[in-house]
Design a protein around this ligand. Structure first.
Ligand code: AMP
Length: 186
């Protein structure tokens, strides 16, 4: 099983991706987690990504494509995975198509989780009070939502043309939303 999760910041994409990965026993690959890990290691990638993340901007496509082409070629990806937070731009989606063709991997579905924008801002401001994430502040959240609309939302049409998109309502209790996702996949 190979899945992509797409959704605006705060929609519960990471939480749901993790739960779905547990359910199908597949690997959870979050580019946000990978980048934050690089930052905590103070690696070269981490140092170059930090200023973009802190400003609520996307890290450049070539950095992400390099990280993901290396990661997806590792052996633990052979039995399936879910991509959480990647791709985020059309250029990344096109790059991913090439990577998957080379690896002979086919996608099963793209899960698009949707929710009202006011609800998202409220959730993220609350998350910021406990997460300690430097990008969960009101100004940066608005910036991330705008970038999502401009750069990431067009991916839904990109994958709709490939008949892969399953849209799921992201409002409700966490287990209910997980069940909705399971139903659309099975
Ligand atoms: P996330 O944890 O998915 O919300 O990601 C946190 C931040 O990491 C984003 O706001 C971006 O700055 C950066 N990031 C994560 N994934 C990507 C990606 N695919 N392309 C560019 N930047 C990314």
């Amino acid at each position: 099983m190979r899945l992509i999760f797409i959704g605006p910041p705060g929609v519960g994409k990471g939480t749901q991706a993790r739960r779905i990965c547990d359910y199908f026993s597949i690997l959870h690959l979050s580019t946000g987690d990978i980048l934050r890990d690089e930052i905590s290691k103070d690696s070269y990638i981490g140092q170059s990504a930090k200023s973009f993340i802190d400003a609520g901007h996307l890290v450049p496509d070539d950095v992400l494509l390099e990280i993901m082409s290396g990661r997806l070629a590792q052996e633990d990806c052979n039995s399936g995975y879910c991509l959480d937070g990647f791709p985020r731009t059309i250029l990344q989606a096109e790059g991913l198509e090439n990577i998957l063709t080379d690896l002979n991997h086919a996608l099963n579905a793209v899960i698009s989780i949707v929710a009202d924008e006011e609800e998202l801002i409220n959730r993220l401001v609350l998350r910021g009070e406990t997460s300690g994430r430097s990008d969960d502040t009101a100004d940066i959240i608005r910036q991330r939502l705008q970038i999502y609309r401009q750069q990431t939302e067009p991916l839904i049409e990109f994958y709709a043309q490939r008949n892969l998109v399953k849209t799921v309502d992201g409002i409700g209790a966490i287990p209910e939303i997980t069940e909705r996702i399971q139903k659309t996949i099975e």
